[in-house]
Design a protein around this ligand. Sequence first.
Ligand SMILES: Cc1cc2nc3c(=O)[nH]c(=O)nc-3n(C[C@H](O)[C@H](O)[C@H](O)COP(=O)(O)OP(=O)(O)OC[C@H]3O[C@@H](n4cnc5c(N)ncnc54)[C@H](O)[C@@H]3O)c2cc1C
Length: 400
Amino acid sequence: MLDAGPIPSGSTGDGPDDHALVAAARRIGVDVAAVHADDVDHHGRFPVEAIAAVRAAGLLGALLPVQHGGAEATLAEVAQAVTALAEHCAATALTVAMHSIQVACIARHGHPVLLERVAPGLVAGELLLANANSEVGLNGERRTSICALEPTADGFRLTKQASTVSYGEHADGVLATARRHPDSPAADQVMAVCLPPTMSLEPCGEWDTLGLRGTCSRPALLSATIEPEFVIDNYADVFVQTSLPVSAILLSSVWLGLAEGAASRAHAAVRDQARAARRADPDAPAPTSALRLAEATVCLHQIRSMVAHGAAEYERCKDGPEVATLRFASMMDSVKIATSTLAPDVVRRAMAICGLAGYGNASPRSLARISRDIAAAPLMVGNDRALLASAQALLIRKEL
Ligand SMILES: Cc1cc2nc3c(=O)[nH]c(=O)nc-3n(C[C@H](O)[C@H](O)[C@H](O)COP(=O)(O)OP(=O)(O)OC[C@H]3O[C@@H](n4cnc5c(N)ncnc54)[C@H](O)[C@@H]3O)c2cc1C
């Protein structure tokens, strides 16, 4: 088991990109997530072992500022950690990605009272945060809500028919969008931080899906009473400044990790084929599959570059006016659309290289789980919605 407690900031000295957070994620990926990934997928169960290791390693508070006990990791570092986990278990990686998006929203937009209340739990690994933005009746629409905060004597009450709450039954708190007031228009949203004991999440449906079965993203009825300081005002700002870019990068990091996992299986297959050919004929040329692998790595490098560039751009712009521009939002949408289009392509190419060994469920080179998991990439925040947002912005923007 990895040491509990906050991750120190800075490099481990193990390698150029080995921030302690990334090194911890790599170890959890290999030692824990990989061991249970097939069982998690097969039984559609939450990756309890890997998330216990994530909690113990202090990864839940990685994005918190140092003064609140966090590691103050950059988005690039969290993205690398998510990718390292996704290579072995996408359900674990998506859980860490979605939790980190919630932490980023709280850290950057939350009231100081809220930060003080949640920071110790995050740092101690006791507060896994889920998200209940999707709502029954809205499909994939993110920027409107049906439910509304109802004022009470000392705060608010919220009841929401959430259509998809990943790991809701395993979470220690839920962030949910809602209209500001029962009289507010649909797009006048706030973000409510719902915590026990004044929160309940009652599952009201199943999550029996093709892939990402371990996220257990069941529909649920969310009921909560919320203190005024636990309402993050003006979700429109939260969305453009934090939720949209951080989601784009961290979801893309999951798709990248799946592509990395597929490509490494293909790489091993190609090397096996080359060794076998050279045993028969020491002068045998590189197998055709090596060419296919070279093509796949072109896509893989594109995804790596886009995620790294997107994360760096976010760090550069996050505290200035540029983050709120249509150009920046479109760039982040483009990262998500591109990675969620290219990553399935890498997996498909890897399947062609591995052949039946990739197609089989039980083979060590199996790409079955990865192929099913990656199918969610264009759906999770629908690519058409992101494209439509970019298309509308292009009508207003004067420069591409
Ligand atoms: C693994 C996974 C985990 C998830 N976890 C969570 C979670 O924890 N919390 C949460 O809140 N949500 C979660 N979601 C939900 C997710 O964020 C999206 O809301 C959901 O995937 C969209 O569902 P949809 O495809 O039915 O809807 P849509 O986005 O509505 O897409 C359905 C179809 O409608 C078309 N369409 C309809 N209207 C439009 C429009 N106006 N613009 C563009 N296209 C349109 C699309 O092109 C598409 O063909 C999760 C989803 C997945 C796959």
